[in-house]
Ligand binder design. Structure first.
Ligand code: RIB
Ligand code: CA
Length: 306
């Protein structure tokens, strides 16, 4: 039985690779893709998404979502992803338009249509799903689960304690955490363990197909960027969140009661876990703490190298 999902993304580089994998993954039925601002501004994340799906021949709805967080100014990572979000990877401009529906209405309509079987995979700030939860309180009865790439217990990447997706819209993350919808957090605790190397990239280069070619090009840019920041390899944050939906043994998880700090001068965006005895009845999220890296890399290679 294919798993029906909506992918919400802020296409940048690792989102793009996750979308390529989603297109090829036979266990996933992507109903539609919604876009959000994050890595770069909404126009760019949306155009990147539309251009990418066209590049790989994927005729799927792309719905342009929210341009800014619920209640704070947008902060992007354009200094990392390049102005357009895909660095020096240039894609042909799509000739088709975005699916013409407001994002919260689209998510709600699809959730009702799939009568509770649809899951959300969020790969950027959680602004869109938060808008849908605020506007349609009964949506929690129609969304099977939200798997989100975001958060971290071991320390942040955009501040000492905050991971980027949560940091950009911490209020949205809290709305998801308080929604009652089953949640899985795929954060830096596991995504920073999945480092693609140039050997991994060379493996993709050997397979001359559209998906492998674009994946290798994106990895090339990610390696150049990593060197600039004195880092090794390329992190597959978003691809790992996708993989966790079809590989039940991939992640080691623990259920906790977690909230996100929204006011701290140095702690805003931090995921705060409460392990006190009273909190055991309030556990609201499965948090990934470890990952089988080889299982992920084999899955990705088998998917893309056909
Ligand atoms: O912190 C990593 C996350 O922020 C990834 O989803 C990346 O694409 C950016 O959105
Ligand atoms: Ca992302």
């Amino acid at each position: 039985m294919k798993k029906p999902i909506i992918i919400d993304c802020d296409t940048g580089t690792d989102d793009a690779i996750a979308l390529i994998c989603a297109h090829l993954c036979k266990e996933i039925d992507v109903i539609g893709i919604t876009t959000v601002s994050g890595n770069v501004e909404l126009d760019y994340t949306s155009e990147n998404t539309l251009n990418l799906v066209d590049e790989i021949g994927w005729n799927i709805d792309v719905v342009k979502g929210k341009a800014k967080p619920l209640s704070r100014d947008l902060i992007t990572a354009s200094h990392i992803h390049g102005r357009t979000g895909l660095g020096d990877v240039v894609l042909k401009r799509s000739t088709r338009g975005f699916y013409d529906e407001e994002v919260a209405s689209y998510i709600y309509k699809k959730a009702k249509e799939y009568n509770g079987e649809m899951s959300m995979l969020t790969l950027g700030p959680m602004t869109n799903i938060a808008n849908a939860i605020l506007r349609y309180p009964d949506i929690k009865d129609f969304i099977k689960e939200i798997v989100f790439m975001g958060g971290s217990l071991k320390g942040g990447n955009v501040t000492s304690v905050a991971e980027f997706n949560i940091y950009v819209d911490p209020e949205a993350a809290n709305i998801a955490l308080e929604s009652g919808i089953p949640l899985t957090m795929v954060g830096l605790d596991v995504t920073e363990k999945v480092i693609m190397t140039e050997t991994d990239r060379d493996y993709f280069k050997e397979f001359n197909n559209p998906h492998a070619n674009i994946t290798a090009k994106i990895l090339d840019f990610m390696f150049k960027r990593s060197e600039r920041f004195g880092r090794e390899g390329a992190l597959m944050h978003d691809g790992l969140a996708l993989a966790s939906m079809v590989l039940p043994e991939l992640l080691k998880k623990e259920k906790h009661y977690a909230r996100v700090e929204t006011e701290g001068k140095i702690t805003t965006g931090m995921v705060v876990v409460d392990k006190r005895r009273f909190a055991k009845d309030k556990k609201n999220v499965d948090i990934a703490l470890d990952v089988d890296v080889n299982m992920f890399k084999s899955w990705m290679r088998d998917l893309i190298c056909y």
